[in-house]
Design a binder for this molecule. Structure first.
Ligand SMILES: Nc1nc2c([nH]c(=O)n2[C@@H]2O[C@H](COP(=O)(O)OP(=O)(O)OP(=O)(O)O)[C@@H](O)[C@H]2O)c(=O)[nH]1
Length: 135
């Protein structure tokens, strides 16, 4: 019955810190923290979607790395998403915050102190626990 929306997100790592983005007041999940990314469009590969979204949202060019385990999460209204994380590194561009309220760089063990979107919490935890093996 329920359509699962596929959403890709980027764990962008630089100098042992991760780029975290806060959703704006006018977005769904207002002020929650997320890994930047977005919905996969029909016919689009997850990697190309991620590159497109990161360029649109942050004006950054990224290299997409390892795909990590996805998390299927159902939000209150029955809206189900599969959140698919990829490791990523910045290859170019000047950071511009075009859609989010703000972005910040957080050290691995500081990530848990943000108020994450629910779908991101297991992904964030697995990354924090295993980053030295998966990076
Ligand atoms: N980009 C991104 N979206 C996430 C994350 N976690 C999470 O639950 N989401 C949800 O996945 C959907 C991604 O949509 P989007 O970023 O392309 O666009 P949007 O906010 O305009 O979509 P919306 O209007 O459906 O909320 C949103 O509903 C968002 O709430 C995440 O870490 N990154």
């Amino acid at each position: 019955m329920c359509n699962t929306l596929q959403v890709v997100c980027a764990i962008i790592v630089q100098n042992n810190r991760v780029l975290c983005a806060q959703r704006a007041e006018n977005m769904s999940l207002p002020l929650k923290w997320e890994f930047p990314g977005g919905k996969i469009e029909p016919g689009e590969s997850p990697e190309n979607c991620l590159k497109r979204e990161i360029k649109e949202e942050l004006n950054l060019f990224i290299e997409v790395g390892k795909r990590l385990k996805s998390n299927v999460h159902t939000y209150g209204e029955g809206r189900q998403i599969e959140l698919i994380p990829f490791l990523a590194r910045i290859k170019g561009g000047d950071l511009q915050v075009r859609e989010h309220k703000q972005v910040i760089w957080k050290g691995f063990h500081d990530l848990k102190n943000l108020d994450w979107a629910e779908a991101d919490i297991p992904i964030m935890r697995v990354f924090v626990k295993n980053h030295s093996q998966i990076e």
